[in-house]
Design a protein around this ligand. Structure first.
Ligand code: SF4
Ligand code: SF4
Length: 399
């Protein structure tokens, strides 16, 4: 995300006050950059760094892989009101100074979204907007900029028809590109988010080149997680673990080109692959060699990030439907500091199966949502889409 202007005075005790980008700037040229970036990555204080908030469950599209649990094409009556939204934002400040991502549904459905953004910005938060891009014209783009939002991510799940098919709306790709251009014209940095699954894996290289050609500041790829509407397409659409591995290995290679900021999100074993490859290449992972990827790790659910639903439920992330608390019933701080679900997720030693004995577990942790889906709701079970055999298994096999 773009730099954090000023920062919130009451940062979380013990943590770095500000965004990863600010920390990156501070750390990258330090003589002990390796140690400092490792410590930032391990985040022992469980500093809250990113909050995804479902501002409304309403949306103008009905994408096949949407993670929404409630689906509607209008604003919903249990969406947080403006006052409740401001109270929720105040609650975040009691815990730290996270980046706040206004997501949905479609956040631009909310007429008060700009006032909400201004309120959060006024409180010192870095605010980003995650949208499908189709509702952005010149006027909307200007309102987004004026509200103080610092980065917009637009979801593009393929090129042209591939995207339209998933979005179930002919022309939605062109509409999203138009929206992106309106924003770029007035200086807003735009990031492209792309969920990778079987339907678009054949386009993955084009998607990368397209992001560069479109002048996006970043390309974040997400690996499909079966939740919400995504459950019904999971059997057909989940990548084979071997293809998953190859895709992440390719993503590591292109990240070295540094043509655009790249990030593999919700693909925790990317961070294992990154370490395996760096070892083969004989290089140490530092912010200079690997950028911000040196300062983050695999699954951050409940330890550095969380998701707040349109009804005020707090979840570890938008894909893991295990409720940690509810801001209508308790303070956000109480949830963040004392939830049992978060305590479990912050303890890699409680991981089960091969993740539990894996030497990469502290930098990877596997996707807890995919474990939940595949292992009857046991979110601490092993990640089902990782082909890696931990050394303890291979050693045991050797006898
Ligand atoms: S459980 Fe972790 S890796 Fe999986 S979707 Fe959530 S944040 Fe991403
Ligand atoms: S076994 Fe689990 S912890 Fe190890 S790399 Fe695979 S997903 Fe990550």
């Amino acid at each position: 995300m773009k730099g954090h202007p000023g920062g919130h005075p009451g940062g979380h005790p013990g943590g770095h006050p500000g965004t990863i980008k600010e920390a990156f700037k501070d750390i990258k040229d330090a003589p002990d950059a390796h140690a400092k970036s490792h410590s930032y990555m391990m985040n022992k204080a469980n500093q809250l760094r990113l909050v995804f908030w479902e501002t409304t469950a309403g949306c103008n599209l009905e994408c096949a892989h949407c993670r929404r649990l409630d689906v509607a094409n209008t604003l919903m009556k249990d969406d947080l009101t403006f006052e409740e939204s401001c109270k929720m934002i105040d609650g975040l400040l009691d815990v730290g100074s996270p980046i706040l991502v206004l997501s949905g549904g479609e956040p631009l459905y909310r007429p008060d979204i700009y006032d909400i953004a201004k309120y959060a910005k006024g409180k010192g938060l870095t605010v980003a907007l995650a949208t499908n891009g189709t509702l952005i014209n010149a006027e909307v783009a200007q309102k987004i900029v004026d509200s103080g939002i610092q980065r917009v991510s637009i979801s593009l799940d393929g090129i042209g028809e591939t995207h339209d098919k998933l979005r179930k709306l002919v022309g939605s790709y062109d509409m999203a590109i138009r929206g992106m251009k309106e924003l770029q014209k007035i200086g807003m940095p735009v990031q492209i988010n792309c969920t990778i699954a079987k339907h678009n894996i054949h386009q993955v290289k084009e998607i990368y080149q397209n992001a560069i050609d479109l002048g996006a500041v970043a390309l974040h790829i997400f690996m499909l997680v079966p939740v919400g509407c995504g459950v019904s397409i999971a059997e057909d659409q989940m990548l084979d673990p071997q293809v998953y591995e190859e895709t992440l290995s390719w993503f590591y290679e292109i990240s070295k080109e540094k043509k655009i900021e790249t990030k593999a999100t919700c693909a925790p074993h990317y961070f294992r692959i990154m370490r395996q490859k760096a070892k083969e290449e004989g290089i140490q992972i530092t912010p200079k060699t690997h950028g911000m990827a040196a300062m983050t790790k695999g699954c951050l659910a409940g330890s550095a990030i969380c998701f707040i639903s349109h009804k005020g439920q707090v979840f570890p992330c938008g894909y893991l439907p295990v409720e940690a608390g509810n801001i209508h019933k308790q303070s956000f701080k109480e949830v963040w500091d004392y939830s049992e679900v978060f305590a479990n997720l912050r303890n890699p030693d409680a991981l089960k199966g091969k993740c539990g004995i894996c030497e990469y577990k502290k930098v990877c942790e596997g996707c807890r949502a995919r474990a939940f889906y595949e292992k009857n709701g046991d979110y601490m079970e092993e990640e089902p889409y990782c082909i890696y055999e931990p050394v303890k298994i291979t050693d045991a096999a050797k006898g």
